[in-house]
Design a protein around this ligand. Structure first.
Ligand SMILES: C[S@@+](CC[C@H](N)C(=O)[O-])C[C@H]1O[C@@H](n2cnc3c(N)ncnc32)[C@H](O)[C@@H]1O
Length: 197
């Protein structure tokens, strides 16, 4: 959806609020065209692993990379197979990727594995509305939206999946992003902590 509609103001505003919370060694999964790159604070981020399996997207993200001072390494693998050592990053970022990635449970397990204990997951995702009328619409139209918007799943409850993966959500905001239909705009954004077992 984001890649189809560009980076409209309500989405950009939230990126500006949450991406600067990243620090240290950072892994971003599904970087797409690199819309978040300009919002990282280069003084706080020592390295950004930019994971993205779509080579066309990596080419677009390369252009964004040139506009920043960040030390970026692209990883052209899917998020279900993160090629990093256990507990090797301080922050993981996912914006509109957990709502797209096919193997979400494997991806969240992988994120927990590579994130250091007490490390931070920053998320901004789209999914299942709490409103039953909107939910009915989302369930009915999910297959079409999955096809139209590059594999988007409309009916995932991302915070529940994050918590089932062993994270504690420590701050989160929710809402319909203005200017889009309700079925396509219920979002959660915030941070979760990787709690050691
Ligand atoms: C909706 S886009 C979001 C892009 C970017 N994160 C943003 O906020 O603009 C979803 C991204 O997830 C990527 N993606 C799809 N399957 C993936 C997978 N298995 N692992 C990692 N990324 C994946 C897509 O190529 C796409 O770039």
């Amino acid at each position: 959806m984001v890649d189809t509609w560009g980076d409209p103001p309500p989405i950009k505003k939230i990126r500006q609020q949450i991406i600067p919370l990243a620090q240290g060694k950072v892994l971003e999964i599904g970087v797409g065209s690199g819309a978040n790159f300009l919002h990282y604070d280069p003084e706080r981020v020592s390295k950004l692993y930019a994971l993205e399996p779509n080579l066309g997207m990596i080419r677009l993200a390369e252009r964004q990379r040139r506009k920043t001072k960040l030390n970026i390494e692209f990883l052209d693998l899917p998020g279900e197979r993160i090629p990093l050592e256990d507990a090797s990053v301080d922050t993981v970022v996912s914006t509109f990727t957990l709502c797209t990635i096919p193997g979400i449970v494997d991806a969240i397990q992988g994120i927990a594995r590579v994130l250091r204990p007490d490390g931070k997951l920053i998320f901004f995702e789209l999914g299942l509305s709490p409103d039953p009328a909107v939910q009915r619409w989302q369930k009915q139209w999910e297959p079409i939206h999955h096809w139209l918007f590059q594999g988007l799943y409309l009916t995932r409850n991302i915070p529940s999946l994050i918590m089932e993966g062993g994270f504690e959500i420590n701050q989160m905001k929710t809402g319909y992003l203005a200017q889009f239909p309700k079925s396509l705009s219920y979002c959660w954004w915030g941070t979760a902590i990787n709690v050691p077992n």
